[in-house]
Design a protein around this ligand. Structure first.
Ligand code: FAD
Length: 329
């Protein structure tokens, strides 16, 4: 098993998250380079094993299903104990996690248990001469560090949105794994989960993000952004730090270097200047549309489509056009 790769496939609410599919895609590339298999481990309440075909469709040879009522929500102690036990018994060459809130909590716990380091927030993971080679942006993406991980197991967290979900289908043979620790006897008990305001559609999962900046002038004008997002139907609302610092939107909506990293199919930047710290969080979006009254605004350098004009004039027209287009679908 020495060259097999383990992925902890993040699930929430009985389904896998997009980041899980991205990390399996990255693991597939790594495993092919190593000549090994991808084993995707998924935790959840009874029935979570039904996600196996989705994991197989993006490259999991084996799906390790850990079902327990205590895994309805993330249980750090029991998940870490079970993943560490699996890595040890399975002799994996590497284990990959999403660099999501869950993965950022889990990977170091496992590193501490196994006494190995974690290469965090990777944007690519490949095999080179038997080593796991990880690329990781630093200094607001100005520098890319390349790390060669020669130790086994290599623990790597992969930045959400850095890898496009692949389509290399594998068998996805299901194996049931017992938790290494009873999730109900841990020191931490999750008594409830409260979702943030934009959690109707998570920024990391949303195919469309409409994001607003200080060009909207006041919190109440964010209704223009919300209206366009509602017209798309499958859109989340994001914001710049200038906006969250001013309290117009919650900090959970902030996109950028010190906020969320996103990679939707479509990112609409409304009244956003395009500071380097903001671009660091959204430049991986597939298509970027920017609306700004300043034709020299830096956001236009990363935009695929730019509208030079006043957001107060353009947004209602754009929203009406999207509604009309949707009505014809
Ligand atoms: P502004 O820069 O003020 O831009 C407003 C834009 O709106 C302008 O381009 C203007 O031309 C346009 N505008 C004004 N009126 C209209 C109108 N009527 N119609 C159309 N356009 C109009 N920022 C982030 O976003 N995310 C981060 O994670 C982040 N992290 C940071 C970390 C550090 C350490 C530091 C120092 C800064 C960070 N920032 C971050 C802040 C960042 O540098 C910028 O200050 C911020 O992104 C600017 O937000 P903005 O584009 O909304 O505002």
């Amino acid at each position: 098993m020495a060259d097999n790769i383990l992925v902890v496939a993040e699930a929430r609410g009985g389904d896998v998250r997009k980041v899980a599919l991205e990390v399996i895609t990255a693991a597939r590339v790594l495993a092919d380079g190593m000549g090994g298999d991808v084993h995707a481990m998924v935790f959840g309440a009874a029935g979570i094993g039904s996600v196996a075909p989705k994991l197989a469709a993006v490259g999991a040879d084996v799906v390790l299903v850990v079902e327990h009522a205590g895994f309805e929500t993330y249980n750090a102690e029991a998940v870490a104990a079970t993943v560490a036990a699996q890595i040890t018994s399975g002799g994996y060459r590497a284990a990959l996690f999403g660099a999501s809130a869950m993965g950022q909590d889990l990977a170091p716990r496992i590193g501490a248990k196994l006494r190995v380091g974690v290469a965090a927030d990777a944007v690519s993971v490949i095999a080179e001469a038997g080593n796991v080679v990880v690329r990781h942006p630093m200094n607001t993406n100005k520098v890319i560090a390349t790390m060669v991980l020669s130790a086994t197991p290599a623990l790597v967290s992969v930045r959400p949105g850095a890898v496009s979900v692949g389509s290399t289908a594998k068998a996805g043979t299901v194996q049931v794994v017992a938790p290494a620790m009873d999730p109900s006897v841990g020191r931490v008990k999750v008594t409830g989960v409260s979702l943030g305001s934009s959690a109707k559609l998570d920024l990391a999962e949303a195919p469309v993000i409409v994001s607003g900046g200080r060009g909207l002038k006041a919190a109440e004008h964010f209704s223009l952004v919300e209206d366009l997002a509602a017209a798309f139907g499958n859109a989340a609302v994001g914001a710049t730090r200038a906006v969250t610092d001013d309290g117009w939107r919650p900090h959970s909506d902030q996109i950028g270097q010190t906020g969320r990293q996103v990679s939707p199919n479509l990112y609409v930047a409304v009244g956003i200047s395009g500071a380097i710290q903001h671009i660091a969080g959204m430049r991986n979006s597939k298509t970027i549309v920017a609306i700004n009254k300043d034709k020299d605004a830096p956001i236009f350098k990363v935009a695929d489509y730019g509208i030079v004009g006043d957001v107060f004039e353009i947004m209602p027209v754009l929203t009406a056009a999207v509604k009309a287009a949707k009505a014809q679908q």
